[in-house]
Write a protein that binds this ligand. Sequence first.
Ligand SMILES: Nc1nc2c(ncn2[C@@H]2O[C@H](COP(=O)(O)OP(=O)(O)O)[C@@H](O)[C@H]2O)c(=O)[nH]1
Ligand SMILES: [Mg+2]
Length: 213
Amino acid sequence: MSEVVDTVPAEKAELSKAEEIDYDTETKDGEIAVKIICLGDSAVGKSKLVERYLMDGFQPQQLSTYALTLYRHRTVVDGEKVLIDFWDTAGQEIFQSMHASYYYQAHACILVFDATRKVTYKNLTNWYQEMRQYRPEIPCVCAVNKIDTNMEVTEKTFNFTEKHKVPMYYVSASNGTNVVKLFTDAISMAMKYKKNPTDFTDLVLDELERDEN
Ligand SMILES: Nc1nc2c(ncn2[C@@H]2O[C@H](COP(=O)(O)OP(=O)(O)O)[C@@H](O)[C@H]2O)c(=O)[nH]1
Ligand SMILES: [Mg+2]
């Protein structure tokens, strides 16, 4: 993990700034700050999807500490200024588990699997369960990616959707199908959640912190 630190010294100053965001509050510019995490097996297309959504001019930042990549995006939704940090894994997913800090303060989750590799669908359940341990209430969407190589998959329904009440999006990072829809929905859900958090764990932690002070 520390290899990453050594390869991007020039970006370090930026990184510490990025790390300092408290996603539970507004930014100093009065933006709503939301954190959206991407989860799924290695090579399902998580990074390509974010890059496709953000298109060009994007300089992802390697966050050294947790082996992750941060994509910071600013936009306006319904007249409100929003800062969105998409957190993307940078290799740690091969261990089938992410560090707790990856989940910390996340407002929404995008789960991704690969239409050409069944095992990546099977593993969704593990990712989902791990995420729920840390974030019991956050909205979650699911993307079956690479439909450009397997169009038949779009005829299928998935038990996962029913079971966990997670909407499914049939997408392709390669040709762009449904990518904007996936991300704009995830952003609006994250904003909704932030404005009206029902996350019991958060409330409990807040209470505990208050007691300590
Ligand atoms: N055909 C096709 N290939 C894709 C698509 N999205 C990603 N890939 C390929 O899948 C591989 C893994 O993508 P990447 O974004 O690095 O996966 P990650 O490990 O989940 O971040 C790369 O070779 C991509 O070019 C897609 O929608 N269609
Ligand atoms: Mg990646």
